[in-house]
Write a protein that binds this ligand. Structure first.
Ligand code: SF4
Ligand code: SF4
Length: 235
């Protein structure tokens, strides 16, 4: 019902399913029936996603948001007709941009994995209420988005410090931590959504989780070396 419910993940899913364009229709700004004003959130999400589209080589014109009331049939018709015309002129998604279907799928899938991280780091801006359309353009800049991906954080469990308490494994929202009783825990970087929960919950006396930025994540400790030998129990 509310455009604020349109998540970044939904837009990505539409593109992943082969849609050539995505249009979001929201209530007029400042006319929201609820205190949430979700249409502002939808607008900010679109502004962010347009920059992300540029970053991955897609034409941002393939995504559009417009605000109108239920009585604005003429605006709706004009907007949708105009959008369909734009998307048709751009051609099929990826093909119009010179990206192979395989590469397109891989770029979109990579972004889908990062949705929770992108929402987390842009939390404040996504909640902003922009006053005028003039503010839209510069709200998210190309430099900002390029920097976001350049300085992307990763999380790593130091095998020298992990005490296999299993707290992080239980709290990870996507089961990205591999471990078990008396086994040094390891983060599966392909599954990790960079939420930072493991860093928060690892007991300070162990301090085993590291936040890494701007450098490669060390390779995981080999499976056969993950058994934890506790002090005093060594033969
Ligand atoms: S940051 Fe930690 S808790 Fe969050 S998804 Fe990655 S491994 Fe799991
Ligand atoms: S919370 Fe810390 S000490 Fe406990 S298993 Fe995870 S990384 Fe190891």
């Amino acid at each position: 019902m509310c455009s604020g419910r349109v998540d970044l993940a939904f837009v990505l899913k539409a593109f992943l399913k082969g849609m050539d364009g995505v249009f979001i229709g929201g209530c007029r700004l400042n006319e929201c029936n609820y205190v949430t004003h979700g249409n502002y959130h939808a607008l900010n999400m679109v502004l962010l996603f347009k920059r992300i589209m540029e970053h991955i080589g897609l034409n941002p014109e393939r995504l559009k948001i417009e605000f109108m009331s239920a009585a604005d049939a003429n605006i709706f018709v004009e907007t949708v007709n105009g959008f369909v015309k734009t998307v048709k002129a751009l051609g099929p998604l990826g093909e119009g941009e010179g990206i192979t279907p395989r590469e397109l799928k891989s770029r979109l899938a990579e972004m889908s994995k990062l949705v929770p991280y992108l929402k987390l780091v842009n939390q404040e801006k996504l909640a902003a209420h922009l006053k005028t359309p003039e503010e839209y353009d510069g709200f998210f800049t190309k430099e900002e988005i390029d920097g976001l991906f350049r300085d992307m954080v990763s999380y790593y469990i130091d095998p020298e410090k992990c005490q296999a308490c299993m707290t992080c494994l239980r709290r990870c929202p996507v089961e990205a931590i591999v471990g078990g009783k008396n086994k040094i825990h390891v983060i599966d970087q392909d599954k990790c959504i960079k939420c930072g929960t493991c860093l928060e919950v690892c007991p300070s006396r162990f301090d085993s989780v590291r936040k890494i930025s701007g450098e490669p994540v060390p390779p995981p400790i080999p499976e056969e070396k993950r058994m934890l030998v506790r002090k005093g129990k060594e033969k």
